[in-house]
Design a protein. Structure first.
Length: 326
């Protein structure tokens, strides 16, 4: 069974994306782990590496300048294809790696030890890596230490997903928002009250990241979240579904009243300048899709799909506008 999981790449990618950790900001638990690995094993480089479709991305790193590399040149893409640690004592003598960019050029990896990071379902979504610029032998004790640290990384990834509050924006996580929506559906069905689910997505957010970098992108997400939070009513529920996509629950609010709330949100996002540390002002807009809770929305997934359909309609209509499920 486990070996079949190693061959199921679509499911492995889905397991990785469910963690909602790719391209997230620096987090202390992972930083501590790579620092300890580098110190305890006396290596110049250590990483917590997550292997996406076409790249490896470093959630934490020491001794490396870049935060990602193509998957095709990585050691870790080989690590995730097996259950046991991958040990390479001399990369120049290994036909899989000799002459590859990370060996022949910076950071000049000559030896490597990587332990797969496994989800509870059994998917290898990355690895904890120790690397040296010279050939070396990793002892059984070294590998045992690295394996113990890898288990801690896996625990931290699970705890991170379970957490109810998004560390970057302060909004509810997808899981936390889902729980609130389920409660709202149960309450509405019990008492016959209706609400509205709103999805919003920042327009052309990829351009912000590509032009200014991910650090600025994170700052934009933080400020937009704060703008939304202070505009919403105390009874409203605010969550981040992932990336630049947010969701809002408007309890006991439908029709024209809901439309007025959503329009106010759209207006404040579009008309609020986001000032960066260097004084540069960025203006962003958002597209909104909304769906009232109806008898068809017997689950959060159904309700979310209706709002998501309207979000795509808003984007197709030119963005920076609202579309509501009829």
């Amino acid at each position: 069974m486990l070996d079949s999981l190693l061959r199921d790449e679509p499911a492995r990618i889905a397991a990785l994306h469910r963690l909602e950790v790719l391209d997230t900001a620096v987090e202390e638990p992972f930083e501590k782990i790579v620092t300890l690995v580098r110190t305890v094993l006396a290596v110049p480089m250590a990483t917590v590496t997550l292997v996406d479709r076409d790249r490896q991305w470093f959630k934490a790193r020491r001794g490396l300048e870049v935060d990602q590399t193509p998957r095709s040149v990585s050691f870790c893409t080989h690590t995730i294809q097996q259950r046991e640690p991958l040990i390479v004592e001399d990369a120049d003598l290994d036909p899989r790696f000799a002459g590859t960019p990370l060996v022949k050029g910076p950071p000049y990896i000559k030896s490597y030890a990587g332990v797969p990071l496994r989800t509870p379902e059994g998917y290898n979504i990355g690895s904890l890596c120790a690397m040296d610029t010279r050939p070396r032998r990793f002892s059984p004790a070294d590998v045992a230490i690295l394996s113990n640290f890898a288990n801690i990384v896996c625990d931290e990834l699970e705890l991170r997903m379970i957490a109810q509050v998004d560390h970057l924006t302060g909004a509810l996580t997808r899981r936390g928002f889902n729980d609130q929506a389920d409660r709202e559906i149960a309450r509405a069905n019990r008492y016959g009250r209706r609400g509205t689910l709103v999805m919003l997505d920042l327009d052309h957010f990829k351009t912000v990241n590509d032009t200014h970098g991910h650090a600025v992108g994170d700052r934009v997400l933080q400020q937009v979240a704060e703008i939304l939070r202070v505009t919403l009513r105390p009874s409203d529920v605010f969550g981040r579904l992932g990336g630049e996509e947010f969701a809002i629950l408007l309890p006991e609010t439908i029709g024209n009243e809901a439309a007025a709330v959503i329009e106010r949100l759209r207006y404040v996002v579009a008309n609020q300048s986001i000032v960066l540390e260097d004084g540069t002002a960025i203006h962003v807009t958002a597209s909104f899709g909304a769906a009232p809770l109806s008898s068809e929305a017997v689950s959060f997934d159904t309700w979310l799909k209706q709002a998501d359909t309207m979000l795509y309609a808003a984007k197709a209509a030119g963005r920076n506008c609202i579309r509501v499920w009829e």
